[in-house]
Design a binder for this molecule. Structure first.
Ligand code: PLP
Length: 425
């Protein structure tokens, strides 16, 4: 009952009320945002379908949330840490502000081959929160470029901190949309891209599943150097990379430490979407135009807006990065990659062009000339499959659908069967 009440209120809160009791002005940047965020809209359509067909057995290949359990070894270490907190010897309060030094050392050694200095690592509660804090640091005086399509948080956070104008059609003023389509192998044509202060770049990409090669990342770093830009490299899906020519980090590219920082996360490594643990690598050599070190300003923002990652989550992070943990999480990412392969093949068998799904948990399917929402509705109606309309990730996602492999094997196989029997030749 409580849920119903609060969801009714949530719906009502999307409209403005008639007689406000305060004289507090609304932040005008929030008024520039789109009314509905993508996932609530999908949930609304799914509920509407279920209301009409209460017995429907819907399979969700939609939201990119992990579904498989956290490896037992990792959960065990978190449980031990939680129990230790109940003892005088094991209790600890606020942690070191940038994270447990042992975890920062492990991240450096295990994920960056020791090439990143421990002091450059900020342990956090996840990549999304870090993107928000980075935007708070950059402030309203910069402009950004994003891959189009891309993870919506880059654009939304830019709007919230005041980096953009209003929305004209599908585009916000003052954002450079770097089109990523099959025609350019999902890598922006940099000689046609305008300069921006901050370039958000995600690889493997959400939603297209495209993973940039070493050569492409070298070009990106050169482009940032030429223009005096900073790259915010989002490597949240790096654990899915299997191809050796695809870097797991922007810092594998020579000179990237002068123009890039990297956000990363344990969410997709180890099923930590609910536990919450991530990190930022902010090189000590990265500077703003006036010579200030970005590290100094980010540290100021980080320690002002955040009080350190949970000690229990950090114990889990340490366990993810020991030998046993690394083996167990590899099995997890292998599992999702096999799901992606099943979904890719299912779509290819229908004669569709399919991208991603190889070094990424996302499968990106093209439906030329069709609207993304129309295909979304069709798959929901005909096969009871929930997917994500590509247009929700930016205008460049129109006519595509994103399928997420973060589902159970059983659901992926059932989705494949349904697609074959509904649409197969
Ligand atoms: N970056 C990208 C590209 C994502 O797709 C997501 C989550 O879906 C995140 C960051 C958020 O990660 P976290 O759970 O660490 O906040």
């Amino acid at each position: 009952k409580r849920f119903t009440q609060s969801s009714t209120w949530l719906l009502a809160s999307t409209q403005t009320a008639a007689n406000p009791m305060t004289r507090v002005p609304r932040n005008p940047n929030l008024a520039k945002l789109e009314a509905g965020y993508l996932f609530p809209e999908i949930a609304k359509r799914k509920s509407a379908y279920l209301e009409k067909h209460p017995t429907a057995n819907i399979i969700s290949l939609g939201i990119g949330d992990t579904t498989q359990p956290i490896p037992a070894h990792v959960a065990q270490k978190m449980a031990e840490k939680a129990l230790a907190l109940a003892t005088p010897e094991g209790y600890s309060g606020y942690g070191p502000d940038l994270g447990d030094p042992e975890l920062r050392k492990k991240i450096s050694e295990r994920l960056y081959g020791g090439k990143v200095d421990i002091e450059e690592i900020f342990v956090s509660d996840g990549a999304k929160c870090d993107i928000g804090r980075l935007q708070m640091m950059f402030g309203s005086g910069v402009d950004i470029a994003v891959q189009d399509p891309s993870y919506p948080v880059y654009v939304d956070s830019a709007v919230i901190v005041g980096q953009t104008g209003t929305k004209n059609g599908s585009f916000y003023e003052n954002i450079c949309y770097m089109t990523c389509l099959p025609e350019n192998n999902f890598f922006p044509q940099l000689d046609k891209v305008a300069r921006a202060d901050i370039i958000f770049f995600c690889s493997p990409n959400n939603p297209t599943g495209a993973a940039a090669t070493r050569e492409q990342l070298e070009k990106l770093v050169q482009f940032a150097k030429k223009n005096g830009s900073i790259i915010v490299y989002d490597a949240a899906y790096a654990p899915f990379i299997r191809d050796e020519n695809i870097p797991q980090s922007i810092f594998e590219v020579e000179g990237a430490n002068e123009v890039a920082l990297e956000c990363n996360s344990f969410s997709k490594y180890a099923g930590f979407t609910g536990v919450r643990l991530g990190w930022i690598v902010c090189p000590k050599s990265l500077q703003f135009a006036d010579g200030t070190f970005v590290h100094k300003d980010f540290r100021r923002i980080f320690t002002t807006c955040f009080n350190g990652a949970s000690s229990i989550a950090q114990a889990g992070g340490l366990a993810v990065l020991d030998d046993e943990g690394m083996q167990q999480v590899r099995r997890l990412t292998d599992y999702y990659l096999e799901n992606a392969r099943i979904l890719s093949h299912a779509m290819q068998n229908l004669g569709l062009r399919v991208f991603g799904g190889e070094n990424s948990p996302y499968v990106w399917v093209q439906f030329p000339g069709r609207s993304s929402w129309e295909i979304f509705e069709e798959l929901l109606e005909m096969a009871q499959l929930v997917t994500v309309p590509g247009s929700g990730f930016g205008p460049g996602g129109e006519s595509f659908l994103r399928l997420s492999a973060f589902a159970s094997r059983e659901h992926c196989l059932e989705a494949k069967n349904r697609l074959e029997s509904m649409f197969g030749k």
